[in-house]
Write a protein that binds this ligand. Sequence first.
Ligand SMILES: Nc1ncnc2c1ncn2[C@@H]1O[C@H](COP(=O)(O)OP(=O)(O)OP(=O)(O)O)[C@@H](O)[C@H]1O
Ligand SMILES: [Mg+2]
Length: 239
Amino acid sequence: MSLLEVKNIDVRYGDFLALHDISLNVEEGSIVSLIGANGAGKSTIMNTICGLNKPVKGEILFDGKNISGLKPSRISKYGLSMAPEGSHCFERMTVKDNLLMGAYLAKGSERMERLKSVYKLFPVLEEKQNQMSTYLSGGQRQMLAIGRGIMTQPRILLCDEISLGLAPVVINDIYEKLKEISAQGITLLIVEQDVNRSLKNSDYAYVILEGRVVMEGKSKELNVEDVNDAYFGMNKYAH
Ligand SMILES: Nc1ncnc2c1ncn2[C@@H]1O[C@H](COP(=O)(O)OP(=O)(O)OP(=O)(O)O)[C@@H](O)[C@H]1O
Ligand SMILES: [Mg+2]
């Protein structure tokens, strides 16, 4: 069953049409990856799904309900959470408070339960719980962003550029954690710039080029060379 359906959306920044007729389908329980070069429109797609941008055309259905144009806070209450690009967190707050902020609507005991489960997934966040977030390493910040995302107990977690600037060993670790999160029943929509890594770690992938979907398919059935051509806008993918 489809949990998230993006149907033919256009998004503009002033005169610039950043997304052209984008359609995506995310099955419940799956891991879906968006691949594309810098400036392709990946973050714009993610931000539009979570309500930070408004589409000028098309609609976004979450569990069958039209969420396009709703405020981010409302969308988040439906069970959609985002770990943003650049792993933004509240720098002057401790790791623990950053995580607790993610579940500010939950009851005290429930928040503590969720905190425990995030610590189980990312033990390093428990070790650093009383430190200011500003002192975390890049990988730890990324873990904090994901941890804060799952504190809301979302049905779907959107992760933008989770591997940006991280060492391969840390990236592998983060993908392992995402698999654990997926095994807990949380659907994942992930932005990834590395084609091989994207195909290896997802069930379904979309290649975005200049604001359009130029290729899609089951990750294990997509051909890496074709995906690379699409990624760089070669041959028939150019427009
Ligand atoms: N707030 C904005 N105002 C104007 N143009 C914007 C804005 N945000 C993004 N853009 C433009 O929209 C296009 C898509 O940007 P977006 O950030 O979605 O790309 P991306 O695929 O996430 O790239 P990256 O891999 O570098 O993060 C780019 O041409 C960018 O310059
Ligand atoms: Mg981006």
